[in-house]
Design a protein around this ligand. Structure first.
Ligand code: FE2
Length: 205
């Protein structure tokens, strides 16, 4: 077989392997946000103050210690459609590395930090929390636990991370995500006296 004919056949083969998709199916499918372990610190008792501002606790003077963080994002399906009305809960440690509301508060934590909060995605799938940027604690890089609920049913439980943290690559859960880590890692920027970061959370079917 002459070289140019062989080349042409090879090109045809490549063409045949390229799937043809109708226009509506070519819309970018968003990758599903990977789940991660809930961990041992999901609340066993919830704070009386159940809102999306974790930096203040009703009846408690002052504000949570630490760097304020506006954590926002959108809940979407794989076609990019907003998942309005889903609840999202977050929980993470305080500025001193202590989790709250796990049933046996040690009393050493920050009483002005709510520890856990809940928001509901609006019509565009948007949610927003005001919290603090959690510090690392032994064995873990900084992270925010979250779970998304559809009614009472939990549909995604995972953890959010921060770009550029030195401890990310030493964190066994972060490393285990491989390329999926990017889907759970937010870039932070300055916002007033604190920081802000956002994540797009994509739920599978
Ligand atoms: Fe944790």
């Amino acid at each position: 077989m002459r070289h140019d004919r062989r080349h042409a056949l090879a090109s045809l083969g490549a063409l045949a392997l390229t799937p043809w998709l109708p226009a509506h199916a070519q819309a970018r499918e968003r990758p599903v946000t990977p789940p991660l372990a809930e961990g041992p610190f999901y609340p066993r008792a919830f704070p009386a103050d159940r809102d999306a501002d974790l930096t203040r606790v009703a009846g408690q003077p002052g504000r949570a210690a630490g760097t304020p963080l506006e954590f926002s994002g959108r809940l979407l399906d794989t076609r990019g459609r907003p998942l309005a009305g889903r609840a999202i809960e977050i929980w993470h440690c305080d500025e001193f590395g202590q989790y709250h509301h796990v049933g046996a508060p040690g009393g050493s934590g920050d009483a002005a930090f709510q520890g856990w909060g809940e928001a509901t995605a609006d019509g565009e799938g948007r949610f927003a929390f005001l919290t603090i940027k959690p510090p690392p604690y032994p064995g873990r890089t900084p992270h925010i636990h979250f779970t998304v609920r559809d009614g009472r049913r939990r549909v995604l439980t995972s953890q959010a991370f921060f770009e550029g943290e030195r401890a990310n690559e030493r964190d066994f859960l972060y490393r285990g995500l491989g390329r999926g880590a990017g889907l759970l890692t937010m870039r932070l920027e300055s916002a007033g006296e604190g920081l802000r970061g956002a994540l797009e959370l994509v739920l599978g079917g």
